[in-house]
Design a binder for this molecule. Structure first.
Ligand SMILES: [Zn+2]
Length: 89
């Protein structure tokens, strides 16, 4: 099961600046960004509430980082570290 990861934070003016941390959001595979995005910390945001970022900029949501399966999720690489094992003898 593959999920795509996004980074996003709430738009300015919707919450206080101190709460505008960058969440790590998961989305199902495909080209479309769903209307609702669930963050790893458990928060759910509407797509329109979020400013989507290509990278973590500013203060990250610590709980999201803790819950994220990979230590440094990368959008472009798609990188799930899969070990390729050759044909076993
Ligand atoms: Zn979060």
């Amino acid at each position: 099961m593959t999920v795509r990861l996004f980074f996003g934070r709430q738009l300015p003016g919707t919450v206080g600046e101190s709460r505008r941390v960058v969440h790590v959001l998961k989305a199902p595979p495909g080209d479309e960004i769903p209307k609702q995005l669930a963050a790893f910390c458990g928060a759910v945001f509407g797509r329109d509430e979020l400013e989507l970022l290509g990278e973590i900029r500013g203060m990250p949501c610590e709980q999201c980082l803790r819950e994220t399966p990979t230590p440094t999720p990368e959008l472009s690489e798609g990188g799930s570290p899969e070990l390729e094992e050759g044909t076993s003898p």
